[in-house]
Design a protein around this ligand. Structure first.
Ligand code: AMP
Length: 211
């Protein structure tokens, strides 16, 4: 099964993608995590992406499409994958079609902007494996330490309030049109993001038809 998780930055789509990936044993693919690794390792793609990411802007389509294509060609993606943060533009969605990737379902996690701005400050991400946390809603077991590896749960540079507003603007302009794109294909299901992660999880599993 190939799934797409769609939603604004901070909507919780990464967290829900982790739950579903664990439950269905399919690979989670976060282009944001891949890009952050590329920046850390100063690869060519990382160097090309950094200034866009720092500004809260989208990395050019050709860079991201190349990265995604390489990742889903790996053997561990054979049984299916969950795309978290890709596609983010209609061009990227069309590129997926051109690659011959069949998408079974697109799950949109819908959260009002006001709530996103309010909770973004508490978001943390593991600097090693990319696992996501929130100091209030999904705290690490040991403060600032990742539960799954020996990495540190840190705040992302682009989670600063000024950059969050830019990222939300970019989401509405460039990514939200994907709702229509996939709705027309009859593939879109929308989940209203809840305050409690467990409640969103239940609705997300229901939308996919798993328990
Ligand atoms: P995320 O972790 O999904 O919030 O992504 C962090 C940043 O990486 C975004 O703000 C973009 O700068 C970049 N990025 C991630 N995925 C994409 C994508 N599919 N297209 C363009 N830029 C992306």
């Amino acid at each position: 099964m190939n799934l797409i998780f769609l939603g604004a930055p901070g909507s919780g789509k990464g967290t829900q993608a982790e739950f579903v990936s664990e439950k269905m044993n399919i690979l989670p693919v976060s282009t944001g995590n891949i890009l952050r690794d590329a920046v850390k390792n100063q690869t060519e793609a990382g160097l090309a992406a950094k200034k866009f990411m720092d500004a809260g802007d989208l990395v050019p389509d050709e860079v991201v499409i190349g990265i995604l294509k390489d990742r889903i060609a790996q053997p561990d993606a054979k049984n299916g994958f969950i795309l978290d943060g890709f596609p983010r533009t209609v061009e990227q969605a069309k590129a997926l079609e051109e690659m011959g990737v069949k998408i079974d379902l697109v799950v949109e996690i819908d959260v009002p902007d006001e709530r996103i701005c309010g909770r973004m400050g508490g978001r943390r991400v593991c600097d090693k494996c990319g696992a996501s946390y929130h100091i209030e809603y999904k705290p690490t077991k040991v403060e600032s330490k990742c539960d799954s590896c020996d990495g540190n749960a840190i705040q992302r540079a682009d989670d600063k309030p000024e950059t969050v507003l830019d990222r939300l603007k970019v989401y509405h302009e460039k990514t939200a049109p994907l709702r229509d794109f996939y709705a027309k294909l009859g593939k879109l299901k929308t989940v209203e993001g809840q305050i409690e992660i467990a409640d969103t999880k239940r609705l997300t599993f229901e939308a996919i038809g798993i328990q």
